[in-house]
Design a protein around this ligand. Structure first.
Ligand code: ATP
Length: 200
């Protein structure tokens, strides 16, 4: 039986860093952020539905979606945000489940579902076990400010818009503490791999 592992974290907690480590070890990663881009490509069902609901004004010259414009529309309007989520979220779930089935049919023993909002979006039903990449709040703040060149205020606003990492710790099956150097993070990952007997 294949094992489906949900990998999650908080903004700038190090989820992508751990995801890269898993990829280097040969694991199949299905990335929700990539899925969210793929499902709105020109010609996809969600693409046509978005044009129907938001109008051709949200297209760029090459007829691809103006993601920035769409982002700013839904950021300021809750109803439109729900409307967009109701188009994109089911498409993302379908895409990810299809990719997972393909990987399993291709003989993969473990599939990693990299999902930033795994807990917030109640997607744990899609996975067998969950790994949370954790950092302490001050380190999370410092790394986010550095990576995105944000002021303290803007970085805090982004962190506070998510479920606190301490809450996520209670929901996860395993926690990787990414406070210190990367070797330590890798060691914790390898411990989970051994404990759960995860084979690529
Ligand atoms: P997001 O979901 O916001 O994209 P993320 O959880 O995937 O973020 P990363 O991009 O992996 O987080 O890491 C955030 C930043 O912190 C990056 O600039 C990364 O290089 C750095 N970083 C990650 N882990 C460590 C570490 N152990 N030590 C120092 N820097 C780190």
């Amino acid at each position: 039986m294949a094992m489906i592992v949900g990998l999650t974290g908080g903004i700038a907690s190090g989820k992508s860093t751990v995801s890269k480590m898993l990829k280097q070890k040969g694991y199949t990663i299905i990335d929700a952020d990539i899925a969210a881009r793929e499902v709105v490509n020109i010609g996809e069902d969600a693409y046509f539905q978005i044009i129907k609901d938001f109008g051709e004004d949200i297209l760029l010259e090459d007829r691809s979606l103006d993601r920035k414009k769409l982002g700013s529309i839904v950021f300021h309007n809750r109803d439109k945000r729900l409307l967009l989520n109701n188009i994109v979220h089911p498409a993302v779930r379908k895409y990810m489940l299809t990719k997972k089935d393909e990987a399993i049919n291709g003989g993969k023993q473990t599939v990693i579902m990299d999902i930033p909002l795994l807990f917030e979006s109640q997607l744990t039903y899609m996975v067998d076990r969950t790994i949370l990449v954790y950092v302490e709040p001050p380190i999370q703040l410092a790394r986010l400010m550095e990576r995105n060149q944000l002021s303290k205020e803007d970085a805090l606003a982004r962190i506070q818009s998510q479920m606190p990492l301490d809450e996520k710790v209670k929901l996860a099956d395993a926690v990787i503490n990414n406070n210190t150097e990367l070797n330590n993070t890798k060691y914790q990952l390898e411990t989970i791999i051994k404990k759960w007997k995860l084979q690529p």
